[in-house]
Design a protein around this ligand. Sequence first.
Ligand code: ATP
Ligand code: MG
Length: 395
Amino acid sequence: MKDLFEGAQYIMDRLEEAGFQAYMVGGCIRDLLLDREMGDIDIATSALPVEVSSLFPKTIPVGIEHGTVIVRHGAVSYEVTTFRKEGKYVDRRHPSSVEYIDSLEEDLSRRDFTINAMAMDRFGTIHDPFGGRQDLQNQLIKTVGNPVERFLEDPLRIMRALRFWSVMGFSLESQTKRACVSLSKELREIAVERIAVEFTKLLRGMDAPICLAFIFEEGFSSSLPDLERYKDRTDHLSSFGWTGLEKDVERWAALLFLLGVSDLTGFLKAWKRSNAFIREVGLLFRFLDKDVRQPVYLYELGEERAVSCLRIRNLLQGKEANEELSDLKKSYHKLPIHSRKQLAVNGRDVVKSFEREKGPWIQEILGEIEKGVIEKTVQNNKEEILSWVRSWKVK
Ligand code: ATP
Ligand code: MG
């Protein structure tokens, strides 16, 4: 945390020494004022991207078309963005142009919510032209300027409003809330990937239960992928202990389970989730109705996934059982083996013992042996396993 701050200070000092303005802006100021841990620090500057690049030895021109250059300092990345205003949003996704400007205040005015539209200079003075500090104090999410205009300009902000509500436990200011509801259909214009990012963050929030209820009650669900058809199955969403979960895969698995989704892949594909993510959620989901403390399940899932499953399962049953989780970890470590490679026999031993042509049957037998070892029917010892295997042949 200290390093994060010192790096930002260094970057601002260098920019100012070179004759430019530089400020920490956006979410980091909000989090600083709330005494919450900051994810990263964004810097806004009057320097143009080429000027930023020339001032620092390690830069990456990631979003240079939007005026953003990443400056690496120590092991940390800082997004340094030139003050800008956005031209009209042509397709509701991208501003038609980005115009660099010289004014911090104008840069702050393009930002979504008052609590995200503050800056701090290198001496620690806060610049807050839209009353963000007051709204932080009143715990309000309020757009900078007219909410209808701001949501029409970029409807993703509707989803961001819900996300900040959930994560911070704030309320939506009344006009902002009204505009959110009345313009929710505009979300259909937004790339699903961007919505999914905000929705995933929403699921992490302390107010996720009431936010989810709101999403269905106020009809946002009809503009979000594949949700509407579950609108009559939302009873359990708001009583579930969302904050007891630790990973995003757990949250999505719980969501699917609570809604009673049967086509898991179809649902997650509609949300444009990656194949790797779908696979992980699918694994957790398949084991949610099983007792993962059983050695075979524990072995198949591995430690982390088994812990995730038990965590979700406990929460579904209304209990928070950390002791059970540490017992589960202990049980995992006590398993006789943790992968097939650790078996005392291999395919060749099996072929020799059965005196049969090679074939897919070998894998099946190895699977049986694996199960026998895990369930401690047989010890993981070559002689014992082979005599156990021979005893089946006799049967
Ligand atoms: P987090 O802590 O989750 O990163 P954040 O506020 O930093 O929250 P980001 O998505 O990282 O959110 O955006 C950084 C800043 O950029 C915001 O604080 C806000 O000032 C501005 N911003 C981001 N998205 C939008 C948007 N769609 N419209 C207007 N301003 C935005
Ligand atoms: Mg951020």
